[in-house]
Design a protein around this ligand. Structure first.
Ligand code: TXA
Ligand code: MG
Length: 310
């Protein structure tokens, strides 16, 4: 999609007035506000009905701006060179003299940051005099948005503007890695762990069974379409939507393909869009075919398990 300069300027206009706006990223759409402003960031929590204790990710356009707010280290530089801009979020130590609002961090000493790849949002960030706090643009615990229409579906007229950037390419949130002390994966997402391990020469795994939740937003219930989901299903019931990743011989109007040839990257891109579509069709429940727990399949299963605990 071509960059629309006048829409980017309109987005800047609202952000400069401390309003919240929807912005496209390659992972999912964000609900953005000036990360230096208490007033602006408090609107994010209100709109999303998000608990104040759940900190926000801050979006930067370059290293120079990031260094004003965060301490960086060697692991960060390695991963930055390989994956940025792109679907990876780093948890770093925040600097004492950083201007990031307390609202964003919940007064913690760490800050989650990322460099989005979407060209319109990169252009926008370059025009702004501040970085953007932006959680996914959905009401807390609901399905994340992957298009302008999805954001409007979530917030309607409650937000002033959504910058249209087409369909999000990755379709799942960024991978989150803490780089304070020993690296830890806090959320599966747009960069596969195997790729991170290659760069860091590590064998990191995602452990979702930990009692203590380090990423407060990674609660048990999330990404919920609001109806029951059954996983690892071979045959769906009549009134269920059936999510599939491989073409079946027969076809049925309750079939929803994430991919027709087990392409897990393609399946990840289609996951939230499909869940939202099924929700709109007023099915009473969803069945999902078994999805291999490798690569992006691991991230898809993580989201589906949380979504199934509605
Ligand atoms: O792809 C993405 O990361 C999208 C786009 C819009 O950038 N953003 C996103 O934000 O997914 P959100 O707020 O929906 O999820 C951010 C997660 C939450 O689970 C939050 O608890 C966690 O990051 N988080 C934020 N700051 C943190 C910190 N300092 N330490 C640990 N976890 C943090
Ligand atoms: Mg979210």
């Amino acid at each position: 999609m071509k960059i629309n300069l006048s829409n980017i300027k309109k987005t800047k206009f609202y952000l400069d007035k401390n309003e919240c706006v929807g912005i496209p990223t390659e992972t999912v759409y964000g609900l953005a506000a000036n990360a230096y402003s208490r007033n602006a960031t408090s609107k994010i929590f209100k709109l999303k009905k998000r608990p104040k204790k759940n900190p926000l990710i801050v979006h930067y356009c370059d290293l120079k701006t990031l260094k004003k707010d965060c301490e960086i280290n060697n692991n960060f530089i390695r991963l930055y060179k390989k994956f940025c801009p792109g679907p990876i979020t780093f948890v770093l130590k925040i600097k004492n003299n950083s201007k990031i609002s307390n609202n964003v961090t919940n007064k913690k000493k760490s800050l989650a940051i990322r460099f989005p790849r979407h060209p319109s949002t990169r252009h926008l960030l370059k025009l702004l005099k501040y970085p953007l706090a932006a959680p996914s643009a959905n009401i807390s615990t609901k399905i994340s948005p992957v298009s302008k229409e999805d954001v409007i579906d979530e917030f309607g007229k409650k937000i002033k503007f959504v910058l249209n950037g087409g369909r999000s390419n990755v379709g799942l949130e960024s991978t989150i890695i803490s780089l304070i002390g020993r690296p830890k994966i806090l959320r599966l997402g747009g960069v596969e762990i195997s790729k991170i391990n290659k760069v860091l020469k590590t064998k990191l795994k995602f452990n979702n069974k930990k009692k203590k939740i380090i990423s407060p937003g990674q609660g048990r219930i999330h990404y919920s379409p609001g109806i029951p989901i059954r996983l690892n299903v071979e045959k769906s019931k009549i009134d269920e939507a059936f999510i599939l990743i491989k073409k079946r011989k027969n076809s049925d109007k309750n079939f929803y393909y994430l991919s027709k040839n087990k392409n897990l990257k393609e399946a990840a891109k289609n996951l939230y869009k499909t869940l939202r579509m099924i929700k709109r069709k007023k099915f009473k429940s969803i069945a999902v075919e078994k999805i291999p727990n490798i690569g992006f399949g691991e991230a898809i299963n993580d989201r589906l398990i949380r979504a199934s605990k509605f």
